[in-house]
Design a protein around this ligand. Structure first.
Ligand SMILES: Cc1cc2nc3c(=O)[nH]c(=O)nc-3n(C[C@H](O)[C@H](O)[C@H](O)COP(=O)(O)OP(=O)(O)OC[C@H]3O[C@@H](n4cnc5c(N)ncnc54)[C@H](O)[C@@H]3O)c2cc1C
Length: 431
């Protein structure tokens, strides 16, 4: 019988979470989340923290929901603010822990934190890193992580040749008890950041995200079974405004309130009832993009971020962030991003391409700004997509979107531009 500590990061769920599956139940279980205080500091030159109000609020909601689920099963949650590896090491020492579990995250910094923790823990404590959240585990990949192909197409072809995705595991019914004298609970969000506590999305979003496993399941249920929107996903996924043109599952997937396998299982169940079509396949196809970026980030390590220090932002970059470029389609996207913490894939692509190709901006500044704003920020997907659009690193080739052409195609009547940037739409350039 061991005393275990589960260190939660981007895996804030009980269902399909290998950290909560035990071959032998431990004697006690301490569940810990540490908000990295460095995420609250301003990024150099950007005057914006790595975690913005929208994501911080969603994170807190997810933690509150998770604590509720843990309490129902006889466990609890402790949330600390500090340097994660240090905080976990101290708790392990104080509470005589003999095993620490953590997810094998894709991010370089998270992986370095696991290495630092292993050093701090010493030989008496076992640290185990578990895959989770993705469609495939490292052992079920048809290649070694070092051999992940440069292009998504090559990756997909290899994966789809041996296509078996394990079924998502159910949540445990009960959990081991809390260690005697261990602290519980967490500070109120207002104490961490007033702005995040008071944050609410702009009503024009037409959709409000709420953190937690139950909200994630409700959204999945709505998208597949209630609205049936999945039946047309392939045709609607390039939409810009509205609740159901795409799944909008990204914030829950990014925080781990939902796993990709849970989505996969539900899509397969929908297909069994309604018949598979191109659209239902395409949702899985997009989840495979997510897997690809995850495994590519594991392979790339620190080089994912493009090296060197970030350049100082210039006036063009600031105008891009604020939605003041004068191009209605781009300004609408950037204002929606700031006001809601979310953006459609089509708008993300155009905003990113405009910064890199039209303004000759540094893609790393753009990725850092998205990191600040997005509720669904995921290190591998964000930095991977930015690299892809900037045409750097793996699969490097020039990629440029003509935003005027794109606006004409995806916002032909200018409704999206008028929704988020009415004055620019009335007087700015282009369609
Ligand atoms: C510049 C840029 C930055 C991005 N940053 C992020 C990010 O930080 N976090 C994030 O989750 N996605 C990111 N994406 C990918 C994509 O835009 C979002 O996942 C998607 O728009 C979320 O909406 P949805 O859940 O309705 O997606 P859907 O279209 O319904 O797709 C279903 C799921 O598939 C995954 N997915 C879809 N497209 C991609 C993609 N291109 N790359 C990786 N996964 C994908 C997501 O998990 C998504 O929830 C970024 C894309 C670009 C172009």
């Amino acid at each position: 019988m061991s005393r275990m500590l589960v260190w939660l990061r981007s895996d804030l769920r009980l269902a399909d979470n290998p950290l909560f599956h035990f071959s032998t139940s431990p004697e006690s279980l301490l569940c810990v989340f540490v908000l990295d205080d460095a995420w609250l500091d301003p990024l150099p030159g950007l005057e914006a923290s790595r975690i913005g109000s929208a994501r911080l609020r969603f994170l807190w909601e997810s933690l509150i929901a998770l604590r509720g689920e843990l309490l129902k099963r006889g466990s609890d949650l402790l949330v600390r603010i500090g340097t994660p590896a240090e905080a976990v090491a101290e708790l392990a020492e104080t509470h005589d822990i003999d095993e620490v579990r953590v997810r094998a995250d894709a991010g370089w910094e998270e992986r370095q934190a696991s290495v630092r923790l292993a050093e701090r823990l010493g030989k008496q404590v076992t640290l185990t890193c578990h895959d989770g959240g993705t469609l495939l585990d490292e052992t079920s990949l048809p290649m070694e992580v070092e051999d992940i192909p440069a292009s998504f197409s090559a990756f997909r072809r290899k994966v789809e040749r041996r296509w078996t995705i394990p079924v998502a595991a159910p949540a445990p019914v009960t959990l081991p008890g809390w260690p005697a004298n261990a602290p519980r609970g967490f500070p109120s969000l207002g104490k961490v950041c007033d702005r995040a506590a008071a944050w609410a999305p702009d009503a024009r979003a037409g959709f409000a995200f709420a953190g937690g496993e139950a909200s994630a399941r409700a959204r999945l249920e709505h998208y597949l079974w209630e609205s049936g929107a999945v039946a047309d996903y392939k045709q609607t996924r390039n939409g810009l405004a509205g609740a159901d043109f795409s799944t909008r599952l990204s914030p829950w997937l990014a925080h781990g309130c939902l796993s990709a396998r849970q989505v996969h299982d539900e899509v397969r169940a929908w297909e069994a009832r309604h018949g598979a079509n191109e659209s239902s396949y395409w949702v899985i196809f997009e989840l495979l993009w997510r897997d690809y970026f995850h495994w590519a980030a594991r392979q790339e390590g620190a080089s994912l971020f493009g090296g060197r220090e970030l350049p100082a932002p210039d006036e063009d970059f600031r105008a891009w962030c604020d939605g003041r470029t004068g191009v209605p389609f781009v300004d609408a996207a950037m204002r929606e991003l700031s006001a809601t913490g979310w953006l459609s894939n089509r708008a993300r692509q155009n905003a990113a391409s405009f910064l890199v190709r039209h303004l000759s901006g540094d893609w790393r500044l753009g990725a850092a700004w998205f990191e600040h704003c997005l509720i669904d920020y995921d290190v591998a997907s964000n930095w991977g997509n930015w690299r892809y659009l900037a045409g750097v690193g793996r699969d490097a080739r020039p990629r440029a979107l003509d935003v005027h052409d794109q606006a004409g195609r995806y916002d032909p009547d200018g409704n999206y531009a008028a929704l988020w940037a009415p004055a620019v739409a009335a007087h700015g350039e282009g369609p």
